[in-house]
Ligand binder design. Sequence first.
Ligand SMILES: NC(=O)c1ccc[n+]([C@@H]2O[C@H](COP(=O)([O-])OP(=O)(O)OC[C@H]3O[C@@H](n4cnc5c(N)ncnc54)[C@H](OP(=O)(O)O)[C@@H]3O)[C@@H](O)[C@H]2O)c1
Length: 332
Amino acid sequence: MKKINWGIIGCGGIAAKFTTGLASLEDATLIAVGSRTPGKAKAFAHTYNVSTSYDSYEDLLADDRVDVVYVATTHNFHYENVLQCLLAGKHVLCEKVFTINAKQAHHLQQVAIEKKLFLMEAMWTRFLPATKEIMKVIADGVIGEVKFMEADFSFKTAMDPEGRFYNRALAGGSLMDLGIYTVSYASMLFGRQPATIKTNACMTPTGVDERNTHIFEYPDGKAALLTSSFAYYARTQALIAGTKGHIEIPAFFHAQTFMVKAGDKTIHYELPFESNGMGYEAMEVMDCIRTGRLQSDIMSMDETVAIMETMDAIRKEYGLVYPEHMERIITS
Ligand SMILES: NC(=O)c1ccc[n+]([C@@H]2O[C@H](COP(=O)([O-])OP(=O)(O)OC[C@H]3O[C@@H](n4cnc5c(N)ncnc54)[C@H](OP(=O)(O)O)[C@@H]3O)[C@@H](O)[C@H]2O)c1
C-alpha cells in the first residue's frame, strides 16, 4: 500500500499530539511541518524526527511530496489556512472548530468539491473505537429509540488573556473550543440539527464565553442538554437515554469505556485506543483519499456546515461576536 505523506501547519500543542498518533500508523509518513514562528518548525521536526521543516506555510504547501495537510492552527486562522491548502492542491484535515461561521465552512466545501480534494473537520471523537461501538449499540436497538441526551465538557483553565481559550482575537471561548464537541455529539446522535435552541452563557472580561448551557429540542419530543466551560471541573460525561435503556460515557470526547443498561442487564464496555487515539481520524482520511472519496461518511462536510449553522445560531442568541475580519469570506 502506498504511504500517504502528511504535512502539518501550525506547530503547537495539538500538532504534537497528532504527530504521536500518526506515528502509530504504518501507512502514514509525516514528511514536513511548517510554522510561521521562526525556528519553531525546526525544533518541532527535531523533537519528532520529521525530515523537513519550513518557516512558512506557503513553503510547505509548495512541497509536491505532501499529499494531505493537517491544519493545527488556532480557530481564527482555520478558514484562511484551509483555503490556502486547497488552492495549493492539497487534501485537508482541519482541527475543530472548523471555521468561525457556516458561510466560511460552506465556501471551503465548495472549493474542495471544485478542486476534487478531500476535506474533513478533525472531530476525532467520532472515529474512536468506543464511539463507533456506541453507535452500533444504538443502531442494534439495544436502548430503543434515543429520546434524550446530555453531554458536558468542562475543565478549569488558567485565565490567560493571550492564550487560545480566553483570547477573542484567536476566536477563543468555551463554545468554539469545548462546546463544539457537545454540539457535534448531539448532531451525530440525532442525525439532524435542533428545531429550536435555548442557550445562555457567562462572558469573560476578554469578550468570550467561559461557560455555556444549551437546550436543543427536536421533533417527537426529543431533546439534548449540553454544557461546556473552562471555569470549573465537571464530569465530562455523556448520557444517551432511550425508550429501552441508557448509555453512560465517561469522558465522552475521548471515550475508551462506556456502560449500557437495558432492563435488568448492565454491560460495561472497554475499548482502549491505540497510542493516544489521534490516529483513527487520520486512518479515515487516508481511506477516503485512497478510495477517491472527497468527504467522510462519518464526519461529512455537509454535517460540518450544518453544525456551524447551529453554532452561528447559538452565538447569535447569547451575543458572542468576533471581530468582523474573522467572519469574512475571501473572494480573491
Ligand atoms: N482534538 C483535540 O483534542 C484538540 C486538543 C487541543 C486543541 N485542539 C484544536 O487544535 C487547534 C490548535 O490548538 P493548540 O492547542 O495546538 O493551539 P496553540 O498551541 O496555542 O497554537 C497552535 C498554533 O497556532 C498558531 N498560533 C497560536 N497563537 C497564535 C497567535 N497569537 N498569533 C499567531 N499564531 C498563533 C501557531 O502557529 P505557528 O506554529 O505557525 O506559529 C501555533 O503553533 C485549535 O483549533 C484547537 O481547538 C484540538
